[in-house]
Design a protein around this ligand. Structure first.
Ligand SMILES: CC(=O)N[C@H]1[C@@H](OP(=O)(O)OP(=O)(O)OC[C@H]2O[C@@H](n3ccc(=O)[nH]c3=O)[C@H](O)[C@@H]2O)O[C@H](CO)[C@H](O)[C@@H]1O
Ligand SMILES: [Mn+2]
Length: 277
């Protein structure tokens, strides 16, 4: 392995910043397969978003933590639409019913509530690591054990080359970050870590957004704004490059050697209950 000289492979707080070429997949896989951790993946598929389940699960079986134990926790208001996907050994699906919603904003915020409640009730006894993921995504390449840590966050592809970030700037919101602060902007569409650390964080996002709701305010990027505030003051143990969440809307530059997951192109107005971006 030669390493990389065209990108930073460490953050300014000395956490690893993971890019293709900065780790040896064979060595990492060997270490983690011996430890054999149980990994939970929490996804919501509410309303028309059940259409994304098939592609997500089938590609996940090909590329996501292959050889490790994975349970997909699918929160949906439409159980009948969950496809029958053949899973590899040691992997399973758990379906959890949630109510339908009138606003997409309520769905994305409710991720934090359902994750908190279900970790308490069930997942705590079934997993060592937990990932939160958007369902409108497909795996294109290896997303392996190099992604695991106490807390791993993914750089948002639209902001990793910038120094201006779309944080919540209204002091009235719990997600408020003052101007001039902040080192990175992370996506809320993929993040993961040790079960108990993730529990603390999803609960934090849930409670902060509840506080905001009481004060009649909603953070500019919903749960993503609260997540970014948490990570500003509680640095992730590992940062994953935008390889770990790209988007089919955009062609990557030469620093992205491969795309591991990508968000699909979708008709926002058609797929969301209340339309809109
Ligand atoms: C790449 C990225 O940064 N993505 C973020 C961005 O995503 P997107 O604009 O891609 O949001 P989105 O429409 O994918 O919604 C996020 C997720 O919520 C679920 N869902 C949403 C609506 C619905 O009617 N039914 C349903 O199941 C589903 O799992 C979906 O993947 O903005 C969202 C809201 O601020 C979240 O922060 C996402 O993580
Ligand atoms: Mn999405």
């Amino acid at each position: 392995m030669i390493g990389r000289t065209d990108v930073n492979s460490v953050t300014n707080w000395n956490a690893p910043l993971v890019w293709e070429g900065t780790f040896d997949p064979v060595v990492i896989d060997d270490i983690y397969r011996r430890m054999n951790p149980r990994v939970a993946v929490v996804v919501l598929a509410v309303g028309k978003y059940t259409r994304f389940l098939k592609g997500f699960l089938e590609s996940g079986e090909k590329y996501f933590l292959v050889g490790l134990r994975v349970t997909y926790y699918i929160f949906t208001d439409n159980e009948q639409d969950v496809p029958n996907v053949t899973l590899s050994e040691g992997r399973k699906i758990t379906i959890l019913p949630v109510p339908s919603a009138k606003r997409w904003q309520d769905v994305v915020l409710s991720k934090m509530k359902w994750a908190t409640v279900t970790i308490d009730k069930q997942i705590r006894n079934e997993a060592d690591y937990l990932f939160m993921m958007d369902i409108d995504s497909v795996f294109y390449n290896r997303f392996g054990a190099e992604s695991l840590s106490r807390m791993s966050a993914v750089l948002h592809r639209a902001f990793y080359k910038r120094d201006q970030f779309p944080y919540e700037r209204r002091p009235e919101s719990k997600a408020y970050i003052p101007a001039g602060e902040g080192d990175y902007y992370y996506t809320a569409a993929v993040w993961g870590g040790y079960l108990e650390d993730m529990y603390r964080l999803v609960k934090y996002c849930y409670e902060q957004s509840e506080e905001d709701a009481k004060n009649n305010i909603e953070a500019v990027w919903q749960e993503e704004s609260h997540l970014n505030k948490y990570f500003l003051y509680n640095k992730p143990a590992k940062v994953l490059s935008p390889e770990y969440l790209w988007s089919d809307y955009e062609t990557p530059g030469s620093d992205i050697k491969l795309i591991r997951i990508s968000q699909l192109v979708k008709d926002y107005a058609e797929v969301r209950p209340n339309g809109g971006q």
